[in-house]
Design a protein around this ligand. Structure first.
Ligand code: SAH
Length: 394
């Protein structure tokens, strides 16, 4: 067995069960592991700490599979995948949706592995060398545990580059067609494009927030910034919004959004292809105003290194949103930047309100649903932060 021996004192985070070993913590490597191989992690004093997947190219040189001395083999993946999939059953998602995250990476003890279920299809995304090594086993075990009939791969996330892995996507098990499937979420149908959709095809982590938008939208003029395939916009309309303007820069996403509108018999959204930063300014210059604004931008800060620039971008759009809100209006604002902790995000939004000259109260904090659990020893998993704010009237 290959062994990775840490520098003295560098075992602390592992003892708190944080699953990543950074290259700077490595004292010595025994054996000649290749990327994806299983290595034992030992402290400088020879204490066994974990078994992990080695990654030669990444800053994260190993990711923990288990804290016990055990073989990493097909039986390991069968057990762990089945556990993750069964956990989702406890939440009775079948009453709500047929689109659910089944495996959520490190938080499910499966680093680098994401599996999302869309009806009868599972989309798998593998982002680490260890996950890549076990690709076929993982595909079979996910299919078996979920009972789905097909499996697609969308291993084309940027994270793969850091691991020295090429992008891979396409059908992995079962039929190639159809490449577009309809899922139902809270009685609204959405088309998911397996080939060209973002990430695995749909932003499952916003399900509960889209539902909340529906509850808050009644009688309101709504603006949905970064609307993708219409998730928030259509929920708002379903919830009785008086009008909805929805903006995205992706023409493909808007085509699906329009199709989703028709599919649900929901007409009347004003779909705008454009840049939110510019379009919000345009709306401000036209003196348009709204009662509910949703801002769900892409990740501005994937890591802490991008925080300053990201903070400026978050402040900009939130400030503009506050300017567009009527007194008593609500802002649902999100960050999915791993590099921006909740406290900082709240501070940025507070700064935006101050500069916009409005008095704002925080009404609710909303993260993702329970199919996106966060292992408490893995704060990096807590990436999606949502704040619902109300602009004081008068
Ligand atoms: N709220 C959506 C998910 C949004 S994902 C849902 O519930 O499904 C972020 C979206 O922002 C993507 O669709 C992307 O195309 C879009 N986007 C990224 N940069 C943008 C920009 N500057 N202006 C407008 N849209 C942008």
């Amino acid at each position: 067995m290959h062994k990775l021996i840490l520098k003295p004192g560098r075992e602390k985070s592992l003892k708190r069960r944080h699953p990543w070993i950074f290259s700077g913590a490595v004292g010595k490597l025994q054996g000649k592991p290749e990327s994806g191989d299983t290595v034992e992690i030992h402290s400088a004093f020879g204490e066994f700490l974990a078994v992990a997947a080695y990654s030669a190219r990444s800053q994260i040189v190993a990711r923990v599979w288990d804290w016990e001395e055990r073989a990493i083999d097909a039986a390991f993946f069968r057990e762990r995948v089945a556990f993750a999939v069964n956990e989702r059953r406890a939440y009775l998602y079948e009453d709500v949706t047929d689109a659910v995250r089944l495996v959520h990476g490190e938080s499910d003890g499966l680093p680098g592995i994401i599996a999302d279920r869309y009806g009868d299809t599972v989309v798998l995304q593998l982002t680490s060398a260890g996950a890549e090594r076990w690709r076929d086993t993982i595909a079979d075990r996910v299919l078996e545990a979920s009972g789905a009939s097909r499996l697609w791969e969308r291993s084309d996330a940027d994270a793969r580059e850091l691991e020295g892995l090429a992008a891979k996507s396409g059908p992995l098990r079962g039929s190639r067609e159809p490449t577009r499937i309809a899922v139902t979420e809270n009685a609204l149908a959405f088309e998911v494009d397996l080939e060209r959709g973002h990430k695995t095809g749909f932003y499952l982590d916003q399900r509960e927030n889209r539902r909340r938008a529906r509850e808050l939208a009644d009688g309101r003029d709504v603006l949905d910034g970064f609307c993708y395939t219409g998730g928030f916009a259509l929920n708002a309309l379903k919830g009785g919004a008086r009008s909805v303007v929805a903006i995205d820069s992706s023409g493909d996403a808007l085509d699906l959004a329009r199709a989703n509108g028709s599919r649900n018999g929901l007409a009347g959204v004003e779909w705008v292809e454009g840049d939110v930063f510019q379009y919000l300014r345009k709306l401000r210059d036209q003196a348009r105003d709204f009662d509910l604004v949703v801002l769900d931008p892409p990740k501005f800060a994937p890591t802490a290194a991008h925080v300053t620039k990201a903070a400026r971008a978050y402040k900009d759009i939130n400030l503009l949103a506050f300017k567009l809100l009527r007194p008593g209006g609500m802002l649902m604002t999100y960050s999915c930047s791993g590099g921006v902790p909740l406290e900082l995000f709240q501070k940025i939004v507070a700064g935006a309100a101050l500069d916009a000259g409005v008095r704002v109260q925080l009404i609710e904090r909303l993260g993702p649903g329970p199919d996106h659990p966060v292992a408490l020893n893995f704060p990096e998993g807590d990436y999606l932060k949502g704040l619902i704010c109300r602009v004081a009237s008068g």
